[in-house]
Ligand binder design. Structure first.
Ligand SMILES: [Zn+2]
Length: 239
């Protein structure tokens, strides 16, 4: 409810806030307004990559051998012990879905401020899917929430109809590049692929490390005739 420019919350929410005040997932401080999701200080200190203005960046460098990849970017650097790292952790493991949408919106806004044409020509946003077992445990797909945030800023639709995760591969953490590649081979399938002919899709994932998960998704997408792919992740982990 808005009254005279002041947002008035349901009184019950006030009582809940008293016992469980909304906290910033980056620093743990109490948020003055839960609608902010992340405090201003953490927002201002995001470790931005500036990939929007550098098309030849570290992420695009992971896919130079795949000529259907148009452009690639990560929003932030993913380093341990940073507010951004804690946000991703809370999104993935502490059931805080609002962080996903927030990140997607911030990333889209930042990319467009660096390059107003960054999203031009993209027809549809395809989040990297979770396997249904993992989805049941986590209750949401964090990449899909990020895609929703990007959609809110750009107006480009989110597509979860075509790309499926058919193998529930174990987590990639602590694996070498070769192990990651073997672990992600054949984990995706494409359904109704002919509907994507001639389209330019934006593949979205939370973090890119060696690019093996994205490459596995690309392996089922690139045979589609006339398809072009761009890639956007929230973080890039140096490896
Ligand atoms: Zn904070």
């Amino acid at each position: 409810m808005v009254h005279g420019g002041i947002v008035i919350k349901n009184p019950f929410i006030y009582i809940l806030d008293l016992f469980y005040p909304p906290l910033c997932p980056g620093c743990g401080n109490v948020l003055e307004d839960a609608a902010l999701v992340v405090c201003q200080e953490c927002r201002n200190s995001l470790p931005l990559t500036e990939h929007a203005v550098y098309p030849d960046n570290k992420v695009s460098g992971l896919f130079t051998d795949i000529n259907k990849v148009e452009k690639a970017a990560a929003f932030c650097h993913y380093d341990h012990d940073t507010a951004f790292y804690r946000m991703i952790h809370a999104l993935k493991y502490y059931r805080q879905p609002q962080i996903g949408v927030w990140l997607g919106k911030e990333a889209a806004r930042h990319l467009m401020s660096g390059n107003p044409q960054w999203f031009s020509g993209i027809d549809v946003i395809v989040p990297i899917p979770l396997h249904k077992k993992r989805l049941r445990q986590r209750r949401y797909n964090q990449s899909e929430l990020i895609a929703e945030g990007i959609c809110k800023e750009t107006g480009i639709a989110v597509d979860t109809r075509h790309l499926l995760r058919v193998v529930n591969n174990p987590t990639q953490t602590q694996r070498t590049t070769d192990e990651r590649r073997a672990n992600t081979e054949g984990i995706f399938a494409l359904r109704y692929g002919e509907e994507l002919r001639g389209k330019h899709i934006l593949l979205v994932d939370d973090i890119v490390t060696t690019g093996s998960t994205l490459r596995s998704a690309l392996s089922v997408l690139t045979p589609v005739r006339g398809l072009h792919v761009s890639i956007l992740t929230m973080g890039e982990a140096g490896k």
